[in-house]
Design a binder for this molecule. Structure first.
Ligand code: XMP
Length: 510
């Protein structure tokens, strides 16, 4: 089915993916594309509306991203946000001024009559993050919103359906920001709202049934949200022709391997092959303390195991990959330094004899993947599973990984998860886990001296894992976790809480 689409032109702002997620959440499919997209490509894309995102540049800067002015003559509604609005002003003869100081945070704003602000209070709060501002709107435009520092926080040319706003409606701190985006989509662009997750499941299953009829499909199942949802979707269409290989490397959390088997084989009835290679992975990590070396060995061994299994299965028609939309967005990112060698299944295609890769989730954001998972009847603990690194607990044990440390960590981590859930914090904290530090300290228990491991607790809030802040877990909850770990888990005698944000730290310790 052909969906109505909104085109979001990416000028490099930090909230760009958030704009796309909000638009989709409002029921309209959209794509985030580089601002360098040509006019021919834009016409061929045939959007019902175009959004210019924010960006780090100043419009007058040499080499600052621009748009082809003929975009304004297409007759397609345009909404420019932050840098996007300055670009509209600058391109059409208005003026942009450089402020002395950057304005960042909540601002009072006054809205006047506009389709964009329909149904919202005129005195309101918006979220600003800018230095430059539009000081004079282009001819034919009217000002529709003002703040203390921005004489044209909102402006538009009604007949041409071109709108600019200096603030960020996609950020939750902008009150009624969703309503502004809704108004643009439905009142200005005339969207009908045909992007609905239940329809997506039906459409995909129908499409996949046809494509996969009688074909053999192979999937590497990690138990993570993406592979779980991709496999379940494919299973709906391919049934027993789908073979899922689940590699248990022994670095999963307490109960996870059993859960994967019980949900996917037991509940869903998937053809799931579990490969128990726990001893083999421990052996490969013997004496290895360097984080990168650990990651590399685990990654390599994982691929080897998968290759062995794939050989037993023989030629397949399709290899499933759990690629999701943020992985495929072409962004303007340059070459960045390698901080960690991430473990993912990217190396698998080279070891499997297959005809084609199938990526049923490549158009979806993570929250959409979760919605699809729910639609498919996957249990909550699978769908809302927090992110978990491929190398698993092995990179949460500082120094050499041993069986005993794994057991200690698993138990401590379980208590942390249990108490966070009991305190009702599991939805608001992005990721939370325990770490075994390489430090041992002296303690006293029942009048005796102990010399045991220091366990660190890590809990962060984040939007996309690129940046993160340490979660302000209430003291009573931290206290409960600490007391329980010390009392219930052997070989731990001290608990510390990690209060570092990312950057400068990373979320994981290795
Ligand atoms: P860092 O530690 O780099 O982690 O701040 C950012 C996010 O990525 C997860 N992570 C991984 N995910 N394979 C993955 O699939 C990996 O090798 C890996 N290492 C880190 C981490 O848990 C956090 O959510």
């Amino acid at each position: 089915m052909q969906h109505e689409k909104v085109l979001i032109l990416d000028f490099g702002g930090q909230y760009n993916q958030l704009i796309a997620r909000r638009v989709r959440d409002l029921g309209v499919y959209c794509d985030l594309k580089p601002h360098t997209m040509s006019m021919d490509e834009i016409r061929a894309y045939a959007p019902i509306g175009i959004i210019f995102t924010g960006g780090p540049n100043s419009v007058y800067e040499q080499g600052a991203p621009q748009v082809d002015k003929s975009i304004f003559a297409l007759g397609i509604p345009i909404l420019g946000i932050c840098y996007g609005c300055q670009l509209i002003a600058n391109s059409l003869g208005g003026e942009v001024t450089h402020a002395e100081t950057r304005e960042y945070g909540k601002s009072k704003i006054d809205y006047t009559q506009s389709a964009l602000f329909d149904g919202i209070k005129s005195e309101n709060i918006c979220w600003m993050s800018h230095t430059d501002f539009v000081s004079k709107v282009p001819e034919g435009f009217i000002v529709t919103a003002t703040t203390k520092t921005c004489p044209a926080a909102g402006f538009e040319k009604q007949g041409s359906r071109i709108y600019g706003i200096q603030f960020h409606p996609e950020v939750r701190h902008t009150q009624e920001g969703d309503r502004i985006l809704y108004n643009f989509l439905y009142k200005v662009c005339g969207a009908k709202g045909d992007w609905i997750m239940s329809d997506f499941v039906e459409e995909q299953v129908r499409f996949l049934k046809e494509k996969l009829a009688g074909k053999k499909v192979l999937c590497a199942m990690s138990g993570g949200v993406d592979s779980a949802v991709a496999a379940t979707l494919i299973h709906r269409a391919a049934g027993d022709n789908l073979i899922c290989v689940f590699v248990d490397h022994g670095f999963l959390r307490k109960g996870e391997a059993e859960e994967v088997e019980s949900v996917f084989r037991g509940q869903i009835g998937m053809n799931l092959i579990k490969v128990d290679v726990r001893a083999r992975f421990l052996e490969r990590l013997k004496g290895v303390a360097d984080p990168e070396e650990k990651r590399k060995r685990i990654g390599k061994e994982f691929i080897k195991v998968f290759e062995e299994e794939a050989k037993k299965i023989g030629k397949v028609d399709f290899l499933v990959q759990g690629t999701i939309y943020p992985d495929v967005i072409e962004s303007g990112k340059g070459v960045s330094a390698v901080i960690k060698s991430h473990h993912n299944v990217g190396g698998l295609p080279s070891v499997v004899d297959f005809k084609e890769i199938i990526e049923p989730l490549r158009d979806l954001f993570k929250d959409e993947v979760r919605k699809v998972g729910k639609q498919l009847g996957l249990p909550d603990f699978v769908v809302n599973r927090q992110p978990f690194p491929g190398p698993g607990l092995a990179i949460r044990i500082m120094g050499e990984v041993t069986k005993q440390k794994l057991e200690t960590l698993r138990d401590a981590d379980y208590i942390l998860r249990d108490e966070i859930a009991k305190a009702g914090l599991d939805k608001e904290i992005w990721q939370y886990f325990a770490v075994i530090t390489s430090t041992k300290t002296v303690g006293v228990m029942g009048d005796s001296r102990t010399y045991e491991n220091v366990i660190a607790l890590r809990a962060v809030t984040s939007v996309d894992a690129m940046t993160a802040d340490w979660a302000r877990i209430p003291y009573p909850v931290l206290e409960k976790i600490s007391v329980r770990i010390i009392n219930e888990v052997p070989h731990a005698n001290r608990i510390v809480y990690d209060i570092t944000s990312k950057p400068p730290a990373t979320i994981e310790w290795e």
